[in-house]
Design a protein around this ligand. Structure first.
Ligand SMILES: [Zn+2]
Length: 283
């Protein structure tokens, strides 16, 4: 699943490569992916110029003159830029070929999705009302509005575990599975801690950890400048890792509401009674 740093990198590259190009051709290989909210099909974009690419939550919106194509990649979807005529990938959902721009050759935007879970909605410009789960309204964690006070007040009203709260797209835009582990590690908070057990200072520390982890990841992913179909994750500190980079303890995996959470039992001590305290087991 693309996370915010991945999406921002993809967005920047797509804008750089595709804006102000007109559509030469389109093809749909997996009709399950595409939903038309207006009468017609993807051929409606033919001849139109791509004026903008926007992000709303996990959606990327391609704005053609008068038409928006809003894509939610879900679990496995990703974009790739290819030269027109390159052989199709087995996971190809649809492709849009753009005309040359200045002395740059034509370029094809491909949407790939092994699981066919992602969705692309073609509709009138700005009319996103019929799109299910469209940008669920969480506060952008990179915006100036995302202050420590705002975060602490959100936290105070939660009854769930902190990791569940971090992943709630209605509250925060947006932290996914991978960065939730990194944020909690940075803040020294156990993933199963209930929000109500966190003090004001814990909340402020957690807010600082979100901003630091996501900003650093945005910079790192942008600096690597990998092809947009790749997710750069090798710089993560705890997610899918063996050993804590701070104290060298063996990292553990906890199930939090059906999701696997990686954490360090020493740096993120358990605060709930009745669960194993790994600090006392000598492991
Ligand atoms: Zn540790």
């Amino acid at each position: 699943m693309p996370e915010l740093p991945d999406l921002l990198h993809v967005l920047a590259r797509l804008r750089e490569q595709l804006l102000d190009r007109a559509v030469e051709a389109e093809r749909v290989r997996d009709p399950v992916v595409l939903r038309c909210l207006v009468r017609g099909n993807l051929s409606l974009v033919l001849g139109r110029t791509l004026r903008d690419v926007l992000r709303r939550g996990h959606f990327l919106i391609f704005r053609f003159e008068g038409l928006d194509l809003a894509v939610n990649p879900m679990l496995a979807g990703r974009f790739r830029l290819a030269a027109p005529g390159e052989p199709d990938e087995p996971a190809l959902g649809f492709a849009i070929e753009f005309r040359p721009r200045g002395d740059e050759p034509g370029l094809e935007l491909r949407y790939l999705d092994e699981k066919s879970m992602g969705k692309a909605y073609l509709g009138a410009e700005g009319d996103w009302s019929a799109i299910p789960a469209f940008h669920s309204g969480g506060i952008d964690v990179l915006s100036p509005e995302f202050t420590a006070e705002r975060f602490v007040s959100l936290l105070r009203h939660r009854k769930d575990q902190v990791r569940v709260f971090l992943l709630d797209k209605k509250a925060l835009d947006a932290i996914g599975n991978a960065y939730a582990d990194e944020v909690l590690f940075e803040a020294g908070v156990h993933p199963k801690t209930f929000c109500r057990r966190l003090s004001h200072d814990d909340g402020v520390r957690l807010h600082g950890a979100i901003v630091k982890v996501i900003r650093e990841a945005v910079d790192e992913v942008a600096a690597r400048d990998a092809p947009i179909e790749e997710k750069v994750r090798d710089f993560l500190k705890v997610r899918r890792k063996e050993t804590c980079p701070r104290c060298q303890s063996k990292l553990r995996v906890a199930g939090v509401k059906g999701m696997d959470a990686w954490y360090c039992p020493r740096c993120q001590p358990e605060t709930r009674p009745g669960l194993v305290d790994f600090r006392k087991t000598g492991k």
